[in-house]
Design a protein around this ligand. Structure first.
Ligand code: SF4
Length: 102
């Protein structure tokens, strides 16, 4: 099973279908409002693949991916380009747990 197949929004067929089926890039709400709030709520509370979706959506220019709108996704992408001590520590722990701490 791919992460897309586990998406909480996969079978939602209404206007709040922010997850583009089969990567078709179907338009999703990009402006804050009821639709965005509803989409983010499903991402946050129902979806088991929110991180995978956020990662995949880093380059997307519209829609809600991993509970992030375009501006939020852009901020995340920029943060990943400019390492901070906090980010370094988090990433270090992840890698070290698989290596020297294993
Ligand atoms: S995080 Fe949100 S947009 Fe992404 S797959 Fe899950 S429900 Fe869909």
């Amino acid at each position: 099973m791919t992460w897309r197949e586990a998406a909480a929004c996969l079978d939602r067929g209404d206007d709040l279908t922010w997850f583009p089926g089969a990567g078709q890039g179907r338009g999703r709400p990009t402006h804050p409002g009821a639709a965005e709030v509803a989409a983010k709520s499903v991402c946050k509370h129902e979806c088991p693949v929110v991180l995978e979706c956020a990662w995949y959506g880093l380059g997307m220019t519209e829609g809600i991916w991993g509970g992030l709108n375009r501006n939020e996704s852009t901020r995340l992408r920029k943060a990943l380009r400019k390492p901070t001590a906090d980010l370094f520590e988090v990433e270090y722990e992840k890698i070290a747990k698989r290596g020297i701490f294993a």
